[in-house]
Write a protein that binds this ligand. Sequence first.
Ligand code: TRP
Length: 447
Amino acid sequence: MNDRSSFGSKFGIIAAVGGSVVGLGNIWRFPYIAGENGGGAFILIYFLISLTIAVPIMLSEFSIGRRAMCNARRAFPKVSPGTKWGFIGYLGIATAFTIISFYSVIAGWSMEFFFKAVANGFSEQTPEQITSEFNAFTSDGWAPLIWTLVFVLTTAFVVKAGIEKGIERYSKIFMPTLGLIIIGLGIHSLTLPGAGEGLDFLLTPDFSKVTAKTFIQALGQSFFSLSLGMGTMITYGSYIKKKENMFKVAGTVAVADIAVAIISGIMIFPAVFSFGISPTQGPELVFITLPSIFSMMPGGYIISVVFFFLLFLAAITSSISIFEVLVSYVSEEMRMSRRKAVLLTTLAISFTGTLCVFSLTPDSAIAIGGQNLFDLCNLVSSDYMLPIGGLFIVIFTGWSMKKQVLYNELTSDGRFGTKLFKAFYLLVRFVIPVIISILFLSILGFI
Ligand code: TRP
């Protein structure tokens, strides 16, 4: 397909891929998962997993995508014709759906909180008041639904505009803005009274709490945060031109992703300790902790407005990438125009998003085995679907793709990273599949 769209510039690629990886995963999910898993030790494990497992998987996804030059479902049979690996693509489509359904709900919360911040709604509120208002809002059904739908439509608007004129153009504006805001907020947090205790929690490892589950959660978080295991990077890889250095792209965005996660932790944990909020609070951590600081500090008004805008930006550049996986699949496989594919995807996501919103209302029946659909999507996607998808992707790369084809694609025909190839190949063929399998066997109780 010679007329396939691609990213226009190096900075554009970094902005779009960076936009995908940096998202609610870093600012909303990382702090609470780190908090639930004891802080420092989890972060160390997360760091190691990101560099040794996640980055090679990102490179694998890029290679598959750029080689195939098509959507994430068709890519597998196209790269290895006549094999049975096509199911990985379907798993990816299912995962994309699962993630975007609850992701849009949280993104919707960030929009509600943005407007609340603009209306000065947090001033003079105690953490208890903020908590109860948050709970009342999220369990209301209709109000969060409106925001979820507004968010889905906004995402659809950007995706409809296409790769270079939509995704790349908006990411180039949004990402640097987000970087500046988050660094500013992080520095500010270091001046809070709880800063020492917060940093201590984040940076001092306590290995007594580490179990196999800690590793799985670190693995899932790393995949979620780096947008891996379901074909986002296959899809984006298909828009990367042959002359670009994919090692550089993967390295840069991985470092940026980890940095944003750590800065988010620095932003949140000092406040957690100064207000006596529990670090194991769960998904509402960011939505409760930060307004609590904002309500009391000088300049809190402007900072709260800026922060929730940041959260919205981070969310939209990521949801765009999940949406794009679905749209490229629908448009290429069902032979529809991009416009129609966006419409169909939007309708489907609006439906599943609505189910997630209403699963949070009191006594909702939208639950499976006692877990509401929202929590279930969040948990199952990161702890199971992404790592399983990632496992299949590395096995495919290491064992089904021809070595020479992989080498040529990954190194751009021997131009970049040729010395790293051997290590990469060893990791994807043996080390990573073995580690992920052991982790799964151990949480399933076989080891
Ligand atoms: N990485 C994004 C975040 O941190 C979310 C995301 C985008 C994602 N694309 C993905 C997660 C693909 C898993 C798979 O918020």
